[in-house]
Write a protein that binds this ligand. Structure first.
Ligand SMILES: *Cc1c(COP(=O)(O)O)cnc(C)c1O
Length: 392
């Protein structure tokens, strides 16, 4: 069955055709290595630097503070490991949150096996880190605090400016994983005053396999990939020029079109939420309904399995997610939903609907039509469901 209705933009996005057009020249025509000496190499180098400027503009950084990587995962690894190795003489303690992306959580687990100590801050029922908890958990040995900007599963947007100020008050570096927020909402590194910030291309209609790290000019970290002197020695390897050019174009388009997209998608998401709550009894909306990404809706539909809903919707051409894409192949409930206090069974019954710029009002109406009968059918087979008056 052809996929008709894509509602999984937080997992990845299709590359914007305008981005593909921009990339095309850098495969066979200008394929040159930007580090070489001939004229065409200079053009490739110029293309990389132009992309760097576009990305810097999107996040209000200087272009020399932007470093290219192979994606959000690598940027998170570079920020966390790079800081840990750089500052290991100063201390070995890192603070993060329980709802981070696996790119942060598993990097921290790795560091724990190698002599570092990590505090995983809990979050409240809406997914917020408590600033008081953060203050209390900082020690003399703390070298890094890494808290994500917007959560990929529930969309909650953390008060990064406030959290970064707490870190700096104690002389600690602050990193944020802004993969879900950069290009969707205004992200200004000067305003947030973060030291390090990760972003990725394929969540904002750019190609996959390219991303970047913002690093404040005066902050020093250790590379984790060694080789040639690319990216001022911070990230070796011949630049992914077509990818970088694509991400640059995606950043340029995001800056121009973000405000309009927010208006459209917020209205579609809000309609979806309202209709789901009206048409399906016993549904919980997960995450903060105010400080939340405008494209994201995460709901727990009680008494049934999210996986079963996905399978039935998939047959009708709908693509969405239960929990996060990275863990949906496993049957463990989402660590994010457990951290906001959901019971295992409610976490299992969760759906993540994430919208993007190619969704239409018609797509949303189709989903509003398709979901209630699927839920009704599954609930009728569920031993826990005893009719619309609620559980028996
Ligand atoms: C997608 C995602 C990542 C990983 O980015 P990749 O470019 O896919 O490696 C990291 N953090 C968050 C919050 C994400 O949503």
């Amino acid at each position: 069955m052809e996929l008709k209705y894509y509602f999984d933009y937080n997992a990845t996005t299709p590359t914007d055709p305008r981005v593909v057009d921009e990339m095309r020249a850098y495969f066979s025509d200008n394929f040159h290595n930007p580090s070489s000496f001939y004229r065409r190499a200079g053009e490739a180098d110029y293309a990389v630097e132009t992309a760097r400027e576009k990305i810097a503009k999107l996040v209000n950084a200087e272009s020399r503070e932007i470093f290219f990587t192979a994606g959000g995962t690598e940027s998170d690894n570079l920020a966390v490991q790079g800081t840990a190795y750089q500052l290991k003489e100063k201390g070995n303690h890192i603070i993060t949150s329980q709802i981070e992306h696996p790119a942060i959580l598993k990097t921290c687990k790795h560091l724990e096996k190698n002599g570092f100590e990590v505090t995983y801050l809990p979050v409240d029922k809406n997914g917020f880190v408590n600033p008081e908890h953060l203050i209390e958990s900082i020690k003399d040995t703390t070298i890094l605090i890494s808290i994500m900007h917007a959560n990929n599963e529930i969309g909650t947007i953390q008060p990064i400016k406030e959290l970064a100020a707490i870190a700096h008050g104690k002389g600690v570096l602050f990193h944020t994983d802004a993969v879900q927020s950069t290009g969707k909402i205004p992200v200004d590194v000067k305003e947030l005053d973060v030291d390090l910030m990760s972003f990725s291309s394929h969540k904002i209609y750019g190609p996959k396999g390219v991303g970047g790290l913002y690093k404040k000019a005066k902050v020093k970290i250790t590379p984790i990939i060694f080789g040639g002197g690319h990216e001022k020695g911070l990230r070796a390897g011949t630049e992914n020029i077509h990818g970088i050019v694509g991400m640059g174009k995606a950043a340029e388009l995001a800056l121009l079109e973000m405000a309009q997209e927010e208006k459209t998608l917020r209205a579609l998401r809000d309609r979806l939420q309202k209709e789901i709550l009206a048409k399906i009894p016993e549904v919980i909306v997960n995450g903060d309904t105010d400080k939340r990404l405008y494209n994201t809706l995460n709901v727990s539909i009680k008494y049934i399995e999210g996986e079963s809903i996905l399978a039935m919707l998939d047959q009708q051409g709908f693509a969405l997610s239960s929990g996060s894409a990275c863990s949906s192949k496993s049957l463990d409930p989402s660590h994010v939903l457990l951290a906001i206090g959901l019971k295992h069974e409610d976490a299992h019954g969760s759906l993540r609907i994430s919208l993007g710029k190619y969704n239409t009002a018609e797509d949303v109406e189709k989903l509003i039509e398709a979901l209630p009968p699927v839920v009704e059918r599954l609930r009728s087979m569920s031993p826990f469901w005893k009719g619309s008056d609620g559980p028996g």
